[in-house]
Design a protein around this ligand. Structure first.
Ligand code: CAA
Length: 418
């Protein structure tokens, strides 16, 4: 097994626990929860009892400190059985990361142990009706009022909304500032004025609620502002997404593997022209391509997660690459899996249609794949500055120059503000 090649015993043990929970508590009820749009509390309790919410939390706050790579392996196992449950699990990390990356010691002591024990679930409130990809364009405000902030406005697409007890809410605290507009504030369920309104009727991941959260003059103590000072929320959101994107990418690998396993088995069982369809070369090509894509995505995800654990400088680019590649692969593999099932694949009686429906959102949330490609390209433009030693090999007539004769590159244009 590939897991025996490079991973810590702890990561392998956690992944094995997740696999057992997926087999016993997730896969058997996946169809029912999907149909009814019901949260799988039984599986969530099993995950808490097995200590899997401790995976990403440091030991100082009751966690296992097993890291982002172990978190990815656990998420992959859960998502293999039900992609929706994979995100229901992973979103707790997404909601917790702002506290982990930006919170004060007192805030970490206050919230993280409860999250580690699985007593409190967390959600991440960034997106709004008019601020999706442009995460800096938020409109929800938090105004100072004595020892409190008063939050007004509404958030869109809050995954785990209603189920979660804690919400990391990104708000505008200084509308006059360009670079220090936004702060993150923890809002607890039950705070007066805080309500879950529209529960979305979704194409996929139907077992996890995605909702609108409304803030009608919600008063929260200033001690709930994440960090020592306001204005660093956008940075914390970006750092959070760098840590969380390997998780959504792992969800995608799990989803792809789940679809591939079913397609593989079906291709052995289904006979046409008196032989299993897996005997037909065109089906073999599909299965082989699905396997190659899934396996290559898996290793990029593990590499990105390992970069996050190593606090490597290129985590942002690696996380974006893993998220983009793995989620595109999940969509392609799920589409081909439906094709292998033929007409039956289109029917909800068979489990593969759900993999197809669940896959689409992966390319959209936690940053669309267009945004991921933009993040990757921005890094590449900066990296090109380290490739100057190769410039002699590029004929000069193809290199644009400034009036002063300097070579014009994307990086120098950016620096010059053009
Ligand atoms: N780490 C730390 N700081 C970062 C950073 C990073 N990865 N990326 C950017 N920053 C900093 C920059 O250094 C800059 O700081 P200064 O102002 O001090 O110079 C500041 O943030 C602004 O950066 P940019 O100019 O790059 O910002 P931008 O407006 O061009 O946008 C973006 C950047 C990458 C497009 C960003 O808006 C983005 O990631 N958008 C996608 C939003 C997203 O992923 N939403 C997902 C919602 S969550 C969800 O979907 C979960 C779910 O339901 C399950």
């Amino acid at each position: 097994m590939r897991e025996n090649i490079v991973f810590s015993d702890q990561a392998k043990e956690l992944a094995a626990k997740a696999r057992a929970i997926a087999d016993k508590h997730v896969r058997p009820g996946a169809k029912k929860h999907d149909r009814a749009q019901e949260y799988n509390w039984e599986a969530a309790r099993a995950v808490a009892d097995a200590g899997l919410f401790r995976t990403f939390i440091p030991k100082a706050y009751g966690g296992l400190e097993a890291g982002i790579l172990a978190l990815a392996m656990v998420t992959e196992e859960l998502a293999k059985a039900d992609s929706g449950f994979g995100v229901a699990f992973a979103v707790n990390a997404l909601g917790s990361f702002p506290i982990l990356v930006g919170g004060t010691e007192a805030q970490k002591q206050r919230w993280l142990p409860q999250i580690a024990r699985g007593e409190k679930f967390v959600a991440f409130c960034l997106s709004e009706k008019f601020a999706g990809s442009d995460a800096g364009g938020l409109a929800v405000t938090a105004e100072e009022d004595g020892d409190h902030y008063v939050i007004c406005g509404e958030k869109k697409w809050t995954t785990n909304g209603g189920v979660a007890d804690l919400y990391s809410v990104f708000c505008v605290t200084d509308p006059t500032s360009k670079s220090r507009r936004i702060s993150a504030i923890v809002v607890e369920k039950g705070t007066p004025g805080f309500t879950v309104k529209k529960v979305e009727d979704k194409m996929g991941i139907r077992c996890v609620p995605v909702v609108e959260t409304h803030f009608d003059h919600v008063r929260v103590p200033k001690s709930n502002l994440i960090g020592e000072r306001p204005g660093v929320g956008f940075k914390h959101a970006m750092m959070t997404l760098d840590l969380a994107r390997p998780g959504v990418a792992a969800q995608a690998v799990g989803a792809a593997q789940g679809a591939l396993d079913l397609a593989n088995l079906y291709a052995q069982r289904r006979h046409q022209f008196n032989v299993p369809i897996s005997n037909h070369q065109m089906v073999q090509k599909m299965l082989a391509d699905m396997a190659m894509k899934t396996e290559s995505a898996r290793w990029l995800v593990y590499a990105a997660a390992a970069c996050a654990d190593a606090k490597s400088g290129d985590v942002s680019k690696m996380a974006a690459m893993a998220k983009c590649l793995a989620t595109d692969v999940a969509m392609e593999v799920a589409t081909d899996a439906v094709q292998v099932f033929g007409g039956y694949g289109f029917m909800e009686d068979y489990p593969i249609a759900k993999y197809f429906r669940d896959a689409k959102i992966l390319q959209i949330y936690e940053g669309t794949n267009q945004i991921q490609r933009m993040v990757i390209a921005r890094h590449m433009i900066r990296e090109a500055m380290d490739l100057e030693h190769l410039a002699a090999y590029i004929p000069t007539e193809t290199q644009a120059t400034y009036k002063d004769g300097a070579v014009k590159t994307a990086a120098s244009s950016q620096a010059a503000g053009s």
